[in-house]
Structures are given as structure tokens and as C-alpha cells.
Design a binder for this molecule. Structure first.
Ligand code: AMP
Ligand code: ZN
Length: 478
């Protein structure tokens, strides 16, 4: 598989360190509010990547953090802790907010068929690990104390801006004019590892540490949680493109300075979901959630289909009209699949399986081209083979695409049958039911002649009775 790597800026051949195994880390949500559908675009595309790696045979271990402390309103360590802000907004404790929005996040993921990573770890559960890494960084001279806080010293690195695209000025993005610059920093790009002197005395969560009573910066959590569960080497690290700088840049600085070697080989960044007004963001306050999509009559998998239609390295513009188009496409696809008949007598064609799989794999092997993978799925319907083979391919592809196609097609098939019956004159139906009841009573009274006469009477009217264990059903012969 070739995957665009933000570190090399090339589509690199994906070769994990240990043959057959992939260690994968994902930056999780900051749980101070509901996830918006932009955040969820990132998680959908990462989910497809994970499932595709599994599909092509890798044994993937995926770890995700939950940010429940330390993420300030600006990614450059200024402003207020987002969790505290959420707690104030809702007059709750930080832990109540974290618990509520973590559950809400996974409920949304479930609706979108996003698999829960193998390990999910909240930042507040790993304070000893953070302290350990900060101690190492201080010992090795990569960190310093100033004004009560501990900072990472970016001037100690040969290369800090590893993703190339960024400069110091990018640190000002999202920083409000009202927020004062931190004069403790020796270099503008330095970042906080541990806060003790916070401008926010009401910071709810504080822990004892060798550096004083305080709380961790945002970036340290991902370095430590990845190390805790995946060791000193990572194959793949994922996140939205806004995480590349400063967050991922800082993660690399901390981890590589601690370990003394390269940390993660492949960096996968999903570009943004935008609205006509620009990037969707939680801090702007107004954003679209999965519940809102449902309220507007959209099945969440339709949003997944919408995301699959665009490459993850392109910004995607959301509009209700675009979502409606995805819904129409989804329903058409499901209707086509509903027409396929699972015939256990027919033989699966291995040649057709090969042909179908090849297209699907070519699409996803080329930097996870999901829209071509969906085209490969449509092409299955046109294959010159039996329905059983087609259904097998569709089910197989859907283990990666996660569109619930077979289940929706089956439900549609069942609806069609009830629609067929709803065409029947209700008076006729009640007459038949009444005669079936009379026949059952005759049988019970051992009056078999009467029972047979009722069956014959109905048959003459074109109605066949079928006795089943659950009761008698009828078929109207057309
Ligand atoms: P947060 O909860 O703010 O920490 O963000 C969770 C994930 O969503 C991160 O990987 C972000 O990079 C990503 N993200 C944030 N905004 C967007 C957006 N508009 N489109 C796609 N991904 C986003
Ligand atoms: Zn992270």
C-alpha cells in the first residue's frame, strides 16, 4: 500500500517495522463538547485506514487518547483549559463533563460504524507516565523550568519544524489579542510540559509532582500514552491536519528527545471538513452534530458515504444539498443490492472474486482512494457472475467501507414484501383470515371434511394456504 506521509511529503510504500503487525496511534477528542461532523470525518477516514490494513492482513493495534485535561483554547498553550470552559458552561465538574462527552463521542462513532480502538486511555489516567517523561527531558537538557512551569526547549533540536510547512507565525493562529504572550518561554516555539503557575487559579484538576502542584500540557499526553501501550516505536500516527502543527510537531520533539531515536515512520493527516463559512470548529460554538443529521432525517451512514466520496487529503465542503445527493446515491446502491438473490445452489466464482478484489485493492492501495473504492463496489454489480458471488464481494468490501449495505438491503427487501401485501384489498385479507380461522376451528373439532372444503373454496378463488409451524399463511396466486 502507498500512503501519503506528511513527514516525507511523498506517497510512501507502507512497510511496518515488524512484519505483519502495525502499531497505530490516533489523537482522540477533547471531550468538552459534542464531536462535530468535521472531527468525525477524521475518525471515519482513520477507521477506514485501520480496517483496510486489517483487510490486507495486518495485525493492527490501535491506541487512542481522550483529552480531558491540558488542552488550552489556543493550541499554542494560551487561553483557558477547554475542559474547564466546558464545565463552567454547563455548571458541572470537569470529570462529569469528560464522562458525558466521552460517552457521547463513542455513541456517535457507533452510529457511524467507527470501530472503537483497541486501547482508549484518558489523559488523567496517565499522570505518573507524564511526570516520568518530563523528568527524563529535564535530565537530558531538553526542558527547563521558568516562572514555575516546565517548558520544552525547541532550540535544543536539530530540526523542530519536521513537517516543513510551518513557521513561528503559525503559532499565532487561534491566539486572541486579549491573550498575553508567555514571557517565560526562551523561544517562541517552546511549549509547556507541566503547568504550576497557571493564570487560572480555578483549574479544577491538579496533581502533585516533582515540579510542584499542577497539571500537564496537552502535547505530552500523546507521547506518553503511545509509549505506554505501543512502546518506543510507532508505525503510524493519525489526526486531523490541524494537529500537524503544533501538536504533532511537539509530540515528535518530546518522544524523539526522550528515546534518542526516530519515533514514528508514517504520519497520516485528514484534511478539514468546511462549511461555506470556513473550517468547522467546536470553539466557534456553532457546529453540526450526528444528532442534528438524524433530526434532519439522515441515517448517519449516509454521512459516512458522503465522506467516502472525497479524498481524505482534500478539504471537503459540507452542505445539506451535498448530503442529500449522498443519500440518493446510497439509497440507489442499497436498492440495487436488494435485488440480488442469495442462491445457496450457485457456485462462488473465484475468478470474479479476484477481478472485484483487484479493483478495490488498487483503489485503496493508492493512498486510500475511497471514492474509487466505492466505484469498485458499483462495478461488482456489473460483474459477469452470479448474485451469490456479488453479495460475497459486497459484504467483504463493506468490512472496510462500513456502510451497512447488506443489512440495509435486507431491510429494504422486507419492506418491499410488506408493500406487495399492502397492495391487496384489505377486505379480501380479512375475509381470508376469517376463513383460515374457521378452518382451524374445524380441524380442532376433527371436522376434516369441513377443513378441506374451506381450503378448496379458497383455492378456487386463487388463494393457496400453506400450513407452517407458526400458523397458516396464504399466497394470492397472480
Ligand atoms: P479535538 O476534539 O478538537 O481535539 O479534535 C479531534 C480531531 O478532529 C483531531 O484529530 C482534529 O485534528 C480533528 N478536526 C478538528 N476539526 C476538524 C475539521 N473541521 N475537519 C476534520 N477534522 C477536524
Ligand atoms: Zn495527540
Amino acid at each position: 500500500m502507498r500512503l501519503y506521509n506528511s513527514l516525507t511529503r511523498e506517497k510512501d510504500l507502507f512497510i511496518p517495522r515488524v512484519e505483519g503487525k502495525v502499531s497505530m496511534y490516533t489523537c482522540g477528542p477533547t471531550v468538552y463538547h459534542f464531536a462535530h461532523i468535521g472531527n468525525l470525518r477524521s475518525y471515519i477516514m482513520e477507521d477506514i485506514l485501520e480496517k483496510y490494513l486489517r483487510y490486507i492482513g495486518y495485525d493492527v493495534t490501535r491506541v487512542m487518547n481522550i483529552t480531558d485535561v491540558g488542552h488550552l483554547t489556543s493550541d499554542a498553550d494560551t487561553g483557558e483549559d477547554k475542559m474547564l470552559k466546558g464545565a463552567k458552561r454547563e455548571h458541572k465538574t470537569v470529570m462529569e463533563i469528560a464522562d458525558f462527552y466521552t460517552k457521547a463521542f463513542f455513541a456517535d462513532c457507533k452510529k457511524l460504524n467507527i470501530k472503537t480502538p483497541d486501547v482508549v486511555e484518558p489523559a488523567t489516567a496517565c499522570i505518573p507516565e507524564f511526570i516520568e517523561m518530563i523528568k527524563t527531558l529535564l535530565e537530558k537538557g531538553f526542558a527547563y523550568e521558568a516562572g514555575g512551569n516546565i517548558y520544552f526547549d525547541t532550540s535544543k533540536l536539530d530540526k523542530y519544524y519536521v513537517f516543513n510547512d510551518f513557521t513561528e507565525d503559525d503559532l499565532d493562529v487561534g491566539v486572541r489579542e486579549t491573550v498575553e504572550a508567555d514571557n517565560n518561554k526562551r523561544n517562541k516555539a517552546d511549549f509547556v510540559l507541566w503547568f504550576t503557575k497557571s493564570k487560572f487559579d480555578d483549574q479544577e484538576l491538579k496533581w502533585d509532582s516533582p515540579f510542584g502542584l499542577g497539571y500537564p500540557g496537552w502535547h505530552i499526553e500523546c507521547s506518553c500514552i503511545a509509549k505506554k501501550h505501543l512502546g518506543e516505536y510507532l508505525d503510524l500516527h493519525c489526526g486531523g491536519i490541524d494537529n500537524a502543527f503544533p501538536h504533532h510537531t511537539n509530540e515528535i520533539a518530546q518522544s524523539e528527545s526522550t528515546f534518542g531515536h526516530e519515533w514514528c515512520k508514517y504520519w497520516f493527516h485528514v484534511h478539514h471538513l468546511n462549511t461555506a463559512g470556513g473550517k468547522m470548529s467546536k470553539s466557534k460554538g456553532e457546529f453540526l452534530t450526528v444528532s442534528l443529521l438524524e433530526e434532519r432525517g439522515f441515517d448517519p451512514v449516509v454521512y459516512r458515504m458522503f465522506c467516502l466520496g472525497s479524498h481524505y487529503r482534500k478539504n471537503l465542503v459540507f452542505s445539506w444539498e451535498n448530503l442529500e445527493n449522498a443519500k440518493v446515491a446510497y439509497n440507489k446502491l442499497v436498492a440495487k443490492i436488494a435485488q440480488l438473490k442469495e442462491d445457496p445452489e450457485s457456485k462462488i466464482s473465484s475468478a470474479a472474486l479476484e477481478e472485484g478484489r483487484l479493483k478495490f485493492k488498487n483503489a485503496l492501495d493508492n493512498d486510500l482512494n475511497t471514492s474509487l473504492a466505492v466505484t469498485a463496489l458499483y462495478d461488482v454489480l456489473k460483474l459477469d457472475t452470479n448474485d451469490r458471488t456479488k453479495l460475497q464481494l459486497i459484504a467483504e468490501f463493506d468490512t472496510v467501507l462500513g456502510l451497512d449495505l447488506i443489512a440495509h438491503a435486507k431491510a429494504l427487501g422486507a419492506d418491499d414484501k410488506s408493500e406487495e401485501n399492502s397492495d391487496i384489498d384489505p377486505e379480501l385479507v380479512s375475509y381470508i383470515k376469517e376463513r383460515i380461522a374457521a378452518r382451524a376451528a374445524a380441524k380442532k373439532a376433527k371436522n376434516f371434511a369441513e377443513a378441506d372444503a374451506i381450503r378448496a373454496e379458497l383455492l378456487e378463488k386463487g388463494i393457496t394456504l400453506v400450513d407452517k409451524r407458526e400458523g397458516t399463511e396464504f399466497i394470492i396466486n397472480k
